[in-house]
Ligand binder design. Sequence first.
Ligand code: IVH
Length: 697
Amino acid sequence: MKQSDTRSVAERIEALRHEIDQHNYHYYVEDAPRISDAEYDRLMNELIALEEAHPDLITPYSPTQRVGAAPASAFGSVRHAVMMRSLANAFDPEDVEAFDKRVSDALKGAGLLAARGDVDYMAELKFDGLAVSLRYEQGQLVQAATRGDGQTGEDITANVRTVRSVPLRLRGKDIPDVLEVRGEMLMTRRDFERLNAQQQQRREKIFVNPRNAAAGSLRQLDPRVTASRPLRFFAYGWGEIRLRRKDGQVDLFQQEAGDADMPRDTHSGMLEWIGELGLPVSDLRRRVKGLKGLLGYYEDISERRAELPFEIDGVVYKVDSLAAQDVLGYVARAPRYAVAHKFPAQEETTVVLDIDVQVGRTGALTPVARLKPVFVGGVTVTNATLHNEDEIRRKNIFIGDTVIVRRAGDVIPEVVASIPELRPENARAFTMPRACPVCGSAVERLEDEAATRCTGGLFCAAQRKQSITHAAGRKALDIEGLGEKLVDQLVESGRVQSLADLFTLNVLELSAYERMGRKSAENLVKAIDKARRPELSRLLFALGIRHVGETTAHDLAQHFGSLEAVMDADEEALLGVRDVGPVVAGSIRRFFAEPHNREIVRALQAAGVQPVHEAAPQSGSLPLAGKTLVLTGTLPTWTRDEATRHIMAAGGKVSGSVSKKTAYVVAGEEAGSKLEKARSLGVTVLDEDGLKALLGL
Ligand code: IVH
């Protein structure tokens, strides 16, 4: 081959590498791809082909070299040039106030601050992942290490090289001789869920949370496995830095060396510089002033926490001026110039004291873990549903086990996993009872169902209580003042055997029940009386027919116009109702074929319950006929139920998730991911006024 050919091949290879690096940056760091995946693949394939033909031209920083190294048998150790420290924690505003006071006093004493309350801080997210240190020499990634004990970590270079948001080469003109970037490796929630779904399919290890998934992925001995795991990196600091001076000398800077000429003189400036070199730095960092600024940032981020694509466990405050950081120095292993302001933990460990079984409205037996009280996600949790037998088996939970309990945001607390290593000798496996714990009837588990059910029907007091509580609920007959406690008493005393019995209650007898004054008894009787004229859809929903939710009840009412018509409809007629399939139709048929249920309806009618007949079909003329809407966030004046009712009355449907078929998304304050999804799919977004306009209100 002629020399000039080799040169042009080498140039083409370099050009391709440069182009691919650029696209990696746009894609992984800026989150703004500029070419299609297919085009990217074409560039990559061309580079692979050229390098295969010219193996002598392969360099370690080539984008083809992200994966390739053979699995390691163990990780080597790396001594950090500059120690990787940890942070002191603050748990409440008082701790933060004390931090700010300590900082202000020290800086005032050193003549670096005129007045208290004026300290400039850098506020950042506290990423819930794994700390890593990336070492670049002459602009090339040469080493990556875990934090380890702070002095010595593990060499995870081969694995980190597979992470696309970590550049293999720095960008820009003034590349430092040495740069150690410190930051966090993490996995987004969505990627974590996807990974777990995949793991489950392959019958492989399920990860407890994104942090564990990230840690597990980074600690793979085979980098090819790490390459298949979607990890992300965010830079928040640095270790050793050596800059080449104009006279050709090399200057050594270390975070702790206190040199006057760092590349920038503030922490925020340094992060910007690190960003300019091509490393991802979170946009949610902010410069703030004084205690007020710190607490304002905390509030702001707390509110946005649930919408973030990844998990954070707090925020971090750092004195911005590097000179001031230097004055403040370190105490033990943590800097005095920084503090982590933690959110209340969303995960804690506790002990399963026992597993009870509750019987639901439809007879489903639900195992519930009784937990040693634990403060998690801002509340004390004492029990958590375990859903069903399979779930207990899948999570390997024994009575007596230490378990991880999670409560994120307003989500119901759940037992995430057990820690079998801590299982005591006297731990017991859970077995589903063979008889209903409430009424003693046999239980059955149908083949295609996860739930075990009591076969007692309305003979079972638990089912009776709950079906009455359901019927009295806001979305059904809306009987104010008929709470769970009173229903328990009414059923237990035998006075109320079925829904119809409610309508025969009088003030005198009601006042005899616990915690019922005459006044509340009178109010309750009034509320019950009002419930004698419910909308047909509410009455249908109140009956508690399996698979008949609010929306189906509404569709049935619209379609048939009267209770009798629904009761007499055969399967074919039921299948004519929109969105009613064979399962729902079968369930409705079976419900009304049951003499006992017809008897209850007759008794209701005898007690004067007469549904208001809703306007029959002509749904074509309704403003939202055939349209599906999604509600998200808090609307200014309507509750979610009210908005739903208005939408349904206008012929529309409300769904919980946004898809291309969604006609409108109605967004209120603190709308979350549904709003984002709507925007990405180009679905029209309305506010409450926009919805009212559509409804002609
Ligand atoms: S700074 C000298 N900033 O928190 C201070 N740490 O307990 C070094 N972390 O191991 C840490 N987000 O893994 C810093 N914005 C952030 C952070 C952060 C998460 C983690 C990091 C470290 C631990 C400190």
